[in-house]
Design a protein. Sequence first.
Lengths: 290, 755, 159
Amino acid sequence: MKWIDYAAPHSVRGAVDLLGQAGDKARIMAGGTDLLVQLRLRAYDLDLVVDGKGIPDLNELTYDPINGLTVGAAVPCYRIYGNAAVAQAYPGLIDAISAIGGTQIQGRASLGGNLCNAAPSADSIPPMIALNATARIAGPNGTREVAVEDFCTGVRQTVIGQGEILTSIHFPPPEANTGAHYLRFTPRNEMDIAVAGAGVSVTLNNGNIASARVILSAVAPTPLFVKEAGDALAGKPANDESIAVAASIARDAAKPITDMRGTIEFRKHLCEVLTRRALNTAIERAKENN
Amino acid sequence: MPATTEFDVVGTSPIRHDGADKVTGRAVFGPDFQSAGLLHGKMLRSPHAHARIKSIDTAKAKAAPGVYAVVTANDLPSNGGDRLVDLGIGPIRVEFLRNNILAREKVLYKGHAVAGVAAISAHAAEEALALIDIEYEALPSVMTISEAMKPDAPLLYDNLKTSGLGEASDKPSNVASRLRLSLGDAGNGFEDADVIVEREFDTSAVHQGYIEPHNCTALWNTDGRLHIWASTQGAFGARTAVAWILDLPVSQVKVTPLEIGGGFGGKTALYLDPVAALLSKQTGQPVKMVMTRQEAFEGTGPTLGSHIKVKIGATQEGAITAAQASLAYEAGGFPGSLVTIPAMSVFVAYDIPNVTIDGFDVLTNKPKTEPYRAPGATNAAFAVESVVDDIADRLGIDPIEFRLRNAAKEGTPRAESPPHALIGGVEVLEAMKHHPHYTTPLEGPNRGRGVAVGFSGSIGFHSSCTITVNADGTVALVEGSSDLSGSRTTVAMQAAEVLGIPAEDVHPSVGDTDSVGFTFLTGGSRTTFATGWAAYEAAQDVARQMIARAALIWDVNADALKLEHGVFMSTADPELRMTFKKLADQIEATGETVIGRGLVNPSGAGGSFIGDIVDVEVDPETGKVDILRFTAVQDVGKAVHPGQVEGQIQGGTTQGIGWALNEEYFMTDDGRMANPTLLDYRMPTSLDLPMIDAVIVEVPNPAHPFGVRGVGEASIVPPAGAIANAIHNAVGARVGELPMKPTTVAKAIWDKSNE
Amino acid sequence: MPRKTHVQTIINGEHIDFLCEPRQSLLECLRDVIGLTGSKEGCNDGNCGACTVVFDGRIVTSCLVLGVEAEGKEITTIEGIADGNTLHPVQQAYLENAALQCGICTPGFIVSSKALLDQNPTPTEHEIRYWLANNLCRCTGYDKIVRAVQDAAVKMQEA
């Protein structure tokens, strides 16, 4: 690896200043499980790595049933699923972060890092969108919020601008009669990248689906929020027929490429399968959650 | 773990002698080696699959901070290139070896080494690589067997003509050699068949996947001697190869084998040592080179792909009348695909009167292929066992029963060699048939069961061993086989058995090329058989010397004395008894030190027969195959250390499962491996497998003092065929390519449903 | 010449100071700077687990941690698992169950296994396999490794 400098600021202001000065020669690092691999592959040419783990705001993990969940950008996966209240309230999110890498990776990798890395196959982003999460960003001009569904703009491209950092991700409190699930397909049972994935949430009303959100991973340059699939479910009975329609729409909306992890044909097919299976699970969870 | 009854030590499972070091991190593996003044080396590699090197300019790299030396092919000698060196897997021209170490004139695969840099740190060396200016002229490449065999294919070598069948062809070709083996008359044999099945199969390149990449440290000393410390499967082979590549007398090179983190056939060849040596010669300091994971994939010898056609015919009663196989195996950029080995094993589990086997060694623009545990046999067995399963299915005969009816036995003729010696084929099949796994019905949708068998021959060749008796009755044993899995213990146990002392009283160590006699590589399932035999002979030599000493002490005739279960005693006088320990204590006072030696080059290495039963569940919507239950039954002759033998069976089985389901070199159109990481080169994790039931069958090898057969390789052979048959049993589709990854299985299911 | 960073850390209970370049991973620092070569490099990208150490109370792949990030942290490596001359029950169980062959993955597996049992003293087979999925072994097929962990769990409960 080429020589890099390392800085560990203790405040958001400090990080913002360092990144602003260094321009595109610096990046912020949380768990490092993506960035260090990329640096060794020369995907970035950096002079400075800014460690965000020493900034208190980025380590926050707070939850209550009224205000919802706030996850600091640098909070590693294991703290999230290790928190019983959070795990119980947001099982759809836990599905995803337990799938990232394996035990050791989850000891370091963060939700914020997974979001900012913005890989098309990112596991945590579909459930974040399904759960209506919001990204909080700090920069030289103050703070702003962006819905996670608007956060990724291309393959490894986000709305984060020069000198800005993601500070935390906020989830609204869980609603009654709502269930969420993230299901991905991988050839190995763990330690793999999704060939395709579906993150869904469903809110029920007397046996019918009041609303639903369907998001796909690994089948487009960004996580793909298939609004039409959710719209097709609204007001419909929670049964196989409605689910089949939504799964079909999801398959048609997918725009995968053929690469070493899968072909276009196979990935589109998986979108239908995974959306269908994820919706079934989400509906079960919604029924249990009243 | 089971202990067998007729021996005291052989057949038990003691804790391995290197255990304390291996579980505390103290064991010194190749990359752990430290030395004063150590420099670090890195290799620059070709980005092209096939290209001419037009120029190399190393000046900027040499001038970079922290860089001490840069070498290219120009620094390698050029004489002696026609010599043939055999590292243990077939002879290869030194010229080819040299060209693979550092490319001269042409690069033949992406990853082919072109220059080496030594610097103060690995990072500095790596950064300096970018400062080497190389001008390439890219050439069209051939990446598959069918492309390579086309008449107008781009050629890797302008003057290489196909050899084999007693003649050389007249046109240059990418087919380096061909062979034919036959028995009887296949044409007539097929006429007698009621059912004939003929199918084609494709297998992708796979890597041995050792967790520790290639490594070495080289010191070209002030006295002109070159010392190499490395993880290697054969210190003596490495010594010869390095000496001849560098045009040195063999005696000027010393190789110290350090602990090795996996080999499986891939660490017999070497890649770094001559470059590290040249860098050390130029700098006067020791130079360490360790490959990255990507280099391990792109710059060593994976086992490349194959295209196989198999045709088998059988009567209504299930007797195989004829079999034909065409095996085209990729060699990579240099000749030597080892197709001879699978050609010799493809039908060897069966008694077939009429057989024709054609083999083709095909050059492609990929790294030179190297052995991977029973070289080429997995691919061949995948093909044969799938076709056998198909025939048995059509005839309505139970798959194990069908194999029993046609099982090779002692004396069964073979197309490629003398008839089988005593083997345990029938015993293994019978054990499978009666195993609870096979007799328990499998229930549930999309679930299926498959069986397959495999066979692996093994080799003898030279091993050397010395045993010194210590005053406290323990012995120091020095042998020359790199220990890949605990073999120093199985070797020590055989000496302990002869001497009648506990296994822990033998202190085994693996010597370097200056301190132990010539020993052939660790591979070919030979170590417990041949090096164990050397230890046995060395122990017998110790016993003879100590009997003579006892005779001296007791003042009796040595002819009446014997050593039994660790006690020296007289057949003539029951009063005369002395333990090994007691006599050892008297050696120094009564004469010379006792050192026994055993030097062997044994024949009679018995082959090993193995059979698998596997239950799978297939997700028909995704093509994912889950292994529910796996049983592997192997004839090991005599399990010296049953715990280790089970481990060999389970390990080879797991490699076979990875090969079957997910492992492959995913090649891009421009000849690159797209997945040179352990993320996308999918070896099984602990979550991908159930427990693996390893069943030991013992049909002792009459040629070995303890009945040992070579065990290590056979277990990788049958899993792919067994899983393919299980998938067919589950969802009715036969998959003819490896890996049987989800996309492939899903497609096979869709194609079947569209029929 | 750019300056190296002075890092202070606690490794296996001892205060250790070392110098490193920021680009050097914790794994490199352990092996090449401090001399603790028990942790191994198999892939350098977090996929094989051979470099596993306990870092700040959790198992991590030390190839994906920078040496400079170790400032003020507590680290346990394979060299710190035994208690002086007495092997930890996990180490003993690996030996008794022949749960290693070449031994290169063994340090990583032992650190991971001990961390599992420290957190979950009575894991099921599935929990063991799931926890250990970030550690690759090419020699054993995992069967004896899982049995060793089960064996160690029993022994540790009895103690």
